[in-house]
Design a protein around this ligand. Structure first.
Ligand SMILES: *[C@@H]1O[C@H](CO)[C@@H](O)[C@H](O)[C@H]1NC(C)=O
Ligand SMILES: *[C@@H]1O[C@H](CO)[C@@H](O)[C@H](O)[C@H]1NC(C)=O
Length: 355
């Protein structure tokens, strides 16, 4: 019995840690929005948020490790990219804390459904801020957040996407930080009729395992689209110390610290004296915002006007968050955390009965 109680304790602790997990950009156009159990719409899924570290090429590519790549969004749901505009996603540790679950009732300022006043502030004794673990955003404060990116491939079929045709088109410095993240779109040309494939990338800078993130989306360019096709992408290179070493033009996502398929290796320390960690920021020469240097000659694509669809991003504003009074929000958040626990306790009970 004692053994069992102990086991229960550890399982609960582990599953709570799991709820708090890591980060993904939530949007209707994402892969594995409903989780990775066929025909189940999991309102508290975190299948999409797990980082990728020391995996085979097959397993890390589009988060195949837990089959995220096999659960596309519902037909007609796209991450819409307004040419020369911007789009918004919600960077959260669990679907529960986004607009896509519980009518958005558990959203707050940060990724874990909490407001965390003063998060990242310098400690009153003047020490440098420590790594933040709740939420697990691998940074000490906003200025240390490494930056994240979206890339686009003009293929409608995920199996046709390659590192060379998946081009970084936007970067947001100092993300992930808050729940709401906005990315700018350059003058992208129109996608094929069945849409494009996009991917999100993030490589945290220290504060934990040196892993990376890659997650798939069905996406399409809307509005008055561009007249230049996107060029083939080359790997980015470390150039913090020497801008002449930066890769110019269309660049690939960062594939790092995997067993196979890496496109960058770094050694030594960065200018701040920390171990080098490649990132979507000045260290690899990525500018902030829309990447405007990724195109072939004007006229290499046909301009069209694409009307935004019903799945267009409804930009959640940062005002009006959270909707619930603090105490109410807290108890509901507890409820969310307790959901998986109840399932656990019930299944443990069932195992016991069988035994
Ligand atoms: C997710 O679940 C909802 C509700 O069952 C369903 O309408 C939607 O199509 C599902 N999405 C995917 C991508 O399977
Ligand atoms: C952010 O955190 C880093 C690392 O702890 C620290 O060096 C820097 O001074 C902090 N910035 C602010 C504005 O506190």
């Amino acid at each position: 019995m004692r053994q069992l109680v102990l086991e229960l304790f550890f399982t609960i602790t582990f599953s709570l840690m799991h709820v708090r997990g890591h980060i993904a950009p939530w949007h209707k156009g994402m892969y594995c929005l409903n989780g990775t159990t066929p025909d189940v719409d999991d309102q508290t899924t975190n299948e999409a948020v797990n980082p990728l570290y020391q995996l085979s090429r097959e397993d890390w590519w589009f988060h195949h490790i837990n089959k995220c790549d096999e659960f596309p969004p519902a037909p007609g749901d796209f991450l819409e990219l307004p040419a020369n505009g911007e789009f918004t996603v919600e960077l959260a540790v669990n679907r529960a804390f986004t607009s896509l679950s519980f009518n958005g009732e558990h959203k707050a300022t940060f990724a874990d459904g909490q407001d965390h006043p003063g998060l990242g502030d310098r400690p009153s004794n003047g020490d440098t801020p420590p790594c933040i673990v709740e939420p697990n955003i691998h940074a000490q404060n906003e200025s240390m957040a490494a930056g994240s990116a979206f890339a686009i491939s003009y293929q409608s079929d995920l199996s046709k996407v390659t590192p060379e045709n998946l081009v970084v088109f936007t970067v947001a410095y100092n993300t992930p930080w808050r729940l709401i993240a906005t990315y700018s779109v350059p003058n992208l040309p129109a996608c094929p009729p069945d849409g494009c494939i996009c991917a999100w990338g993030w490589v945290p800078n220290g504060c934990g395992e040196p892993n990376m993130y890659m997650l798939g989306y069905k996406c399409k360019v809307t509005g008055m689209t561009g007249t230049a096709a996107v060029a083939p992408a080359k790997p980015a290179s470390w150039c913090e110390d020497d801008p002449s070493k930066c890769t110019s033009g269309a660049r690939q996502l960062i594939y790092w610290n995997q067993l196979e398929g890496n496109n960058i290796e770094v050694s030594g320390t960065d200018l701040a004296g920390d171990p080098r960690s490649p990132a979507y920021n000045t260290k690899l020469g990525f500018s902030n915002g829309a990447q405007t240097d990724i195109f072939l000659n004007p006229g290499s694509a046909t301009q069209t006007s694409v009307i935004p669809g019903p799945s267009s991003t409804s930009p959640p504003t940062s005002d009006g968050l959270p909707a619930l009074p603090e105490s109410g929000a807290k108890s509901i958040r507890m409820g969310v955390a307790i959901l998986p626990l109840c399932a656990l306790v019930v299944s443990l009970g069932m195992v016991l009965t069988v035994l």
